[in-house]
Design a binder for this molecule. Sequence first.
Ligand code: 2BA
Ligand code: 2BA
Length: 109
Amino acid sequence: MKLIMAVVQDQDSNRLLKALTEHNFRVTKLASTGGFLKSGNTTFIIGTEDIRVQKALDIIKANCQSRQQLVAPVSPIGGNTDSYVPYPLEIEVGGATVFVLPVEQFHQF
Ligand code: 2BA
Ligand code: 2BA
């Protein structure tokens, strides 16, 4: 068994949840916050058999898209002004950041 943890954008989360459950994956969806943008994203926890991991990854890939996002500059109060960028920066937020972990034990009480 494997545990898939996938961080995705909120905009894709309902579609992804629907697709995963339609393919009979057991899923837990958590509201999360990205450390860099400090804005909301969604983390999916999917426990599944090893042979179904690739199918889950395919579904995640098909339902999550990357997007450009503007990041407002942060004033470097008391900091180093050399690296201060006074205009909004455009960054690419990925469609999904996915970790696949081995599961040592699985219990349901
Ligand atoms: P839910 O996904 O909302 O599922 C609630 C209950 O509905 C489940 O209880 C199960 O009895 C039933 N159920 C879910 N998916 C089903 C399906 N494809 N076919 C038939 N019945 C289904 P539990 O199994 O005790 O799970 C309780 C909660 O624990 C789940 O809420 C889910 O949030 C989480 N969970 C369970 N197994 C998981 C797994 N393999 N990976 C991630 N999260 C899991
Ligand atoms: P955030 O931490 O809010 O990051 C959003 C996007 O900002 C990232 O997209 C990346 O393009 C950029 N970014 C993040 N940290 C950066 C840095 N130190 N310098 C420059 N740009 C930076 P993604 O890489 O696609 O990540 C999307 C979200 O996935 C992240 O939201 C975070 O919640 C999660 N994530 C990504 N990598 C992770 C990791 N190794 N561990 C845990 N969570 C991760």
